[in-house]
Design a protein around this ligand. Structure first.
Ligand SMILES: NC(=O)c1ccc[n+]([C@@H]2O[C@H](COP(=O)([O-])OP(=O)(O)OC[C@H]3O[C@@H](n4cnc5c(N)ncnc54)[C@H](O)[C@@H]3O)[C@@H](O)[C@H]2O)c1
Length: 381
């Protein structure tokens, strides 16, 4: 049995969304223990949140710097930190954690600005610590299988990448009506310059890149706010060009009624096509050219190793969001164990890294600039 990895959390206090998801994911395979945290910007709320989670009272800290100082004094201090605050704190907290010698698992987007992300990458590389970014959707078994199919040439040369991420929860100005999650997401000081393009567009962009294996070379974007008075975009249309001549379309909207978390990826190549939907994640549609389309199911005996090892229960017992998140945690744990042993861990096909986080920031910046300039093609790399 490998030693449990002791983690601290920054953000994720009572009433927060993604912090609780991270905690469930971290618990799923029994490899982590949450032992410390700075769960809120308010010291009392942080303590109350820690108590509710069963954290020792002295380890529910007033802020993240106190957590880093306090934990450094302990023989059983934390080894890694999970960052689940609003975006503006990601880079600041991550830098301090790396300086304290800790591994970092940070939610997306990596930072508030591209400059901040570049700086953070330098700090992370110099620190020799692990840095994961939780682009959740790369944790789904059938997303991993889709990637393997593309890499094996099963759909031939890619010609078209179509990805959409549609939600409807920001269709009205809920940020004015006390919705906390909406409030920070529509404040550029807390969310960064991007709205939907950063919040969900980066997920779609990463998913398309992860499965296709292609880096977009240029984009043209048209970002709008459907809700009057909103200070960030809530609807984004983006065209993409790839080095091999393939073209892509990405639509990210948080003002599309009838859509809860409608993320869908379709990739078409010279020999076939495939399609995966987050709301039906146990099925991958695969159509070799000239043959009937077939549905590949999670748990099929023919799935690649990356998909099989990311599966916990047999076919017919649905898996989903929490398990996908847990797969990123499992991969991150494997990397930490290798790091402890002084081995280098190859995480090809595994958890997204800070480089992927930086790529997402490049995408946001280019999309915002392109749109502000009236919709021009801009290079991405
Ligand atoms: N990977 C995904 O699928 C996914 C999904 C949702 C959100 N996210 C990302 O997770 C992050 C949090 O989003 P959310 O929806 O959970 O937001 P949220 O508003 O629900 O939670 C944010 C938490 O951070 C805390 N916080 C704020 N300032 C703090 C500080 N100075 N110190 C400690 N804690 C502080 C808040 O008190 C709150 O508990 C965002 O970066 C978002 O983009 C990722």
């Amino acid at each position: 049995m490998k030693d449990i990895i002791r983690i601290g959390m920054v953000g994720g206090g009572e009433g927060a969304f993604i912090g609780a998801v991270h905690r469930m994911a971290a618990r799923l395979d029994g490899q982590y223990r949450l032992v410390a945290g700075a769960f809120s910007s308010d010291a009392q709320r942080s303590r109350a949140s820690g108590m509710a989670l069963g954290i020792e009272p002295t380890r529910a800290y007033a802020d993240w710097r106190a957590m880093l100082d306090g934990e450094a004094q302990r023989a059983d201090g934390i080894e890694a930190v999970v960052i689940v605050t609003p975006n503006h704190l990601h880079a600041r907290v991550a830098r301090d954690c790396l300086a304290a010698g800790l591994h970092v698992l940070c939610d997306k987007p990596l930072a508030n600005t591209l400059d901040e992300a570049h700086e953070l990458l330098q700090v992370a590389r110099a620190s020799q610590r692990l840095f994961g970014v939780t682009y959740t959707y790369s944790g789904y078994p059938l997303v991993r299988h889709a990637r393997a199919l593309v890499a094996a040439g099963e759909i031939g040369e890619i010609r078209s990448v179509q990805v959409r991420y549609a939600q409807d929860w920001l269709s009205t100005p809920v940020e004015m009506a006390g919705n906390k999650q909406a409030a920070w997401r529509s404040d550029p000081a807390l969310a960064g310059e991007g709205g939907a393009i950063a919040d969900i567009g980066t997920h779609a962009y990463h998913l398309a890149r992860y499965v296709s294996g292609l880096d977009a070379q240029a984009l043209l974007a048209d970002l709008t706010s459907a809700v009057t008075g909103r200070r960030v975009d809530d609807n984004a249309h983006v065209l993409l060009r790839y080095a091999n001549g393939a073209r892509g379309m990405l639509w990210a909207s948080q003002t599309a009624p009838g859509n809860a978390n409608n993320l869908e990826l379709a990739i078409y190549g010279s020999r076939g096509g495939l399609n995966w939907r987050q709301e039906a994640p146990d099925e991958l549609w695969f159509a070799p050219l000239g043959e009937s389309a077939r549905v590949i199911r999670r748990g099929d005996a023919s799935l690649c190793a990356a998909a099989t090892t990311a599966t916990r229960v047999p076919m017919g017992h649905p898996e989903g969001y929490l398990e996908a998140f847990a797969n990123l945690y499992a991969d991150f744990a494997a990397a930490i164990h290798a790091h402890r042993a002084g081995e280098s861990h190859t995480h090809a096909n595994r958890f997204p890294t800070i480089e992927d986080g930086l790529d997402g920031m490049r995408f946001i910046r280019a999309a915002l600039t392109s749109s502000r300039e009236g919709g021009v093609w801009l290079p991405l790399r």
